[in-house]
Design a protein around this ligand. Sequence first.
Ligand SMILES: CSCC[C@H](NC=O)C(=O)O
Ligand SMILES: [Zn+2]
Ligand SMILES: [Zn+2]
Length: 412
Amino acid sequence: DEATPVTRFQQYLRFKTAHPNPNYTAPVSFLTSIAESLGLKAQTFEFVAEKPVLLLTWTGSNPSLPSLLLNSHLDSVPAEPSKWIHPPFAAVRDQDGKIFARGAQDDKCIAIQYLEAIRNLKGRGFVPARTVHVSYVPEEEIGGEDGAQKFVASQVFDELRVGFVLDEGQASVNDEFRVFYADRSPWKVIIKAIGQPGHGSRMYDNGATENLMESVEVISRFRESQFDVLKAGKAPASEVISVNPVYLKAGIPSPTGFVMNMQPSEAEAGYDVRMPPAADPDLMRKRIAEEWAPAERNMTFEIQEKGPIRDLKGNPLVTATDDSNPWWSVFKQAIAAAGGKLGKPEILASTTDARFMRELGIPALGFSPMTNTPILLHDHNEFLEESVFLKGIGVYEHVISSLSSFEAVNDV
Ligand SMILES: CSCC[C@H](NC=O)C(=O)O
Ligand SMILES: [Zn+2]
Ligand SMILES: [Zn+2]
């Protein structure tokens, strides 16, 4: 059987790239061999051992122009096979043309679409003016510290002189493509209580679990206040501060569960907090210290702020989506030329590697060309319809040819 864009997509989907043990070697060699067959230069870097970054290069006719970078990540979140209708790494194509796999939307589709678009452009004899780079990075799903963050900090990256980045976006449930100009910043917030231990029958103040529960209530009220803004339709989900409890830890373990007649001396809770670019981080830190984990209630806290929240000039990590950004105008026109409708630019509710490029002041948009598709990233039964996948290739042909050939931007 002859390989096609869809069979190459399926092959790529079959690599077991799920955390906590993603296989990076096999997909990197697979992509490298496709790249070489297309005449692209392929280089692999290990900024961290065994966490390769694959960089493909299509040299432009005027390589002095700032380059275009098309990024995607190699890794995937885990999947629970028993809860899927098809095995998550089999890439089964059903009778309707739906291709089921962990990573089908997030984000192995774009990884292959970039290459298929380049294949088609090359087939038509198109030559880009600026150099086009395609990067495949590890570790995005766990925060990118050993992936994009190291890549972007490297001399290799500096020498690419990247002018503009496209990275992953999210599926659209209607016929408008979605585009993202910022991400929310992820904070992991851990609050801990200590308190008087004692017999389970005694009523006293300041027990650890009691202290923690009071904070849990305070946090829930803040969560409600943010959720109410959404529910009232006053802001989209990605523009409020999200707060979600992700674990609770308390109690004294026993062989049959927990000791029931002892009040523990320690208790803790973990929260996933996402900060939109307009939120004030100092205010949030103060709220956590004074209201969520007050020392008077024997509470301590830990905030792990993951990744940058401001660029090198101190500005929020936001890419302009107006005429001040020539890349934006060209991108927008390319979508129209591809026959697509573009929705209002959005902030992404979650987090991608684009923030590391934005930190350097490089404009970066999140874009995955999937319309009329349910949002299934990180969900069971993640799939992408073959027709949507194929249409996306055509969209990228327009996007890559336009962004790589306009010459208005010539200094980085
Ligand atoms: C702590 S950074 C984690 C990055 C991750 N990215 C995709 O889901 C996310 O949770 O948004
Ligand atoms: Zn992703
Ligand atoms: Zn993801």
